[in-house]
Ligand binder design. Structure first.
Ligand code: HMG
Ligand code: MG
Length: 301
């Protein structure tokens, strides 16, 4: 069995993790969460999204949160931008990276960003051009790459079509997303292979929600394929408001434990990461969704 010796994790907790929260999370709490994540050694953090506040009210404080962060050198801060209006608003916040997010499922595309898959690519085209002209790195995401809450099964051919479209317009990196956490390893492998027809192995990442408890297995098969970049969420926070019933991303703590146990370097201090997870879980008044954090906290007590 081979696997990479180093892995890069993007903590999407402040964005994917909090976007679905019903209670208002003050900007100062979001900023503090970002500070704790970078103190724990995270080198990439997805901070917020410049989407419509009518669609996702929790992200309405995007500019305040970006302005409140004390940036640490070597850390990359990304934001979601679904269209030019979002990108133009994001520019003032000087993100290092933006994310354009499409879907392999037509109905999910309609429900999440209010347009067809083909229209979404056309909408992303000027965003990607403007970002690259401004020297901002462009990541993409393919939602519902292994299953859709509205359409059910999603074939690898549909994933490939979106990957090709995104590549054609200049998207530099592709995140393959199990939005509703239904995938199992062989489905992940097929979706990854479809994406790898258009993207280099060094430009592909996995984004696994953990609804059915398969995300670590899905991470492992991706590692075995040579994929070394993953989106994870501290304390397993998260969910998409337009994917009802789906739970959070795989917990960063759980993935770090898996990787360190395999001798794979992440540069992350697991204890400090657990503290960051406790900070946000305490604020939300919930227990962490991370099994590893729960075990380590029990051990501390
Ligand atoms: P729309 O209603 O079709 O937009 O929404 P529109 O262009 O027709 O404009 C309607 C109104 O929205 C106008 O305002 C615009 O100015 C405003 P009004 O004249 O009515 O006052 N507007 C905006 N305001 C702020 N920022 C913007 C923006 N754009 C338009 N960027 C739109 C289309 C894409 C904006 C909307 O559908 C939207 O915001 N969707 C975002 C949904 C979302 O954030 N979902 C969660 C993130 S994706 C995710 O979680 C999946 C991921 O984690 C991977 C995975 O797990 O699958 C990434
Ligand atoms: Mg997600």
């Amino acid at each position: 069995m081979t696997h990479p010796t180093q892995v890069k994790l993007v903590d999407v907790g402040p964005r994917d993790g909090l976007q679905n929260e019903q209670q208002t999370v003050p900007s100062a709490i979001k900023v503090e969460l970002v500070h704790r994540l970078q103190a724990a050694g995270l080198k990439a953090i997805e901070v917020t999204s410049f989407v419509s506040p009518k669609w996702v009210p929790q992200m309405a404080d995007n500019a305040e949160v970006m302005a409140g962060i004390q940036r640490q050198s070597g850390v990359r801060y990304s934001v979601l931008t679904p269209n030019l209006k979002g990108f133009e608003a994001a520019l003032a916040s000087k993100p290092d990276e933006i994310v354009v997010f499409g879907a392999a499922s037509e109905l999910f595309s309609q429900r999440n960003i209010n347009c067809s898959i083909d229209d979404s690519i056309e909408r992303f085209r000027p965003v990607v051009a403007a970002a690259r002209a401004a020297g901002i790195y462009v990541r993409g995401a393919i939602s519902c790459a292994m299953g859709c809450p509205y359409e059910g099964e999603v074939s690898p051919e549909r994933v490939e079509r979106v990957a090709r479209g995104m590549k054609d317009i200049g998207v530099q990196h592709m995140g393959v997303a199990d939005t509703i956490g239904v995938a199992t390893p062989l489905k992940v492998q097929r979706a990854m292979e479809a994406t790898l027809r258009h993207y280099d192995i060094n430009d592909v990442s996995g984004h696994f929600h953990d609804t059915y408890g398969q995300a670590l297995a899905n991470t492992l098969i991706s590692l075995q394929m040579g994929i070394w970049q993953f989106d994870t969420s501290v304390a397993g926070l998260g969910g998409c408001p337009y994917a009802k019933g789906a739970t959070g991303n795989v917990a960063t703590e759980d993935v770090v434990y898996l990787l360190h146990g395999m001798g794979i370097d992440t540069g992350i201090d697991l204890d400090k990461l657990v503290d960051a997870g406790q900070f946000i879980s305490n604020f939300l008044g919930r227990k962490s969704n991370s099994r590893v954090a729960t075990a380590l906290l029990n051990k501390r007590a």
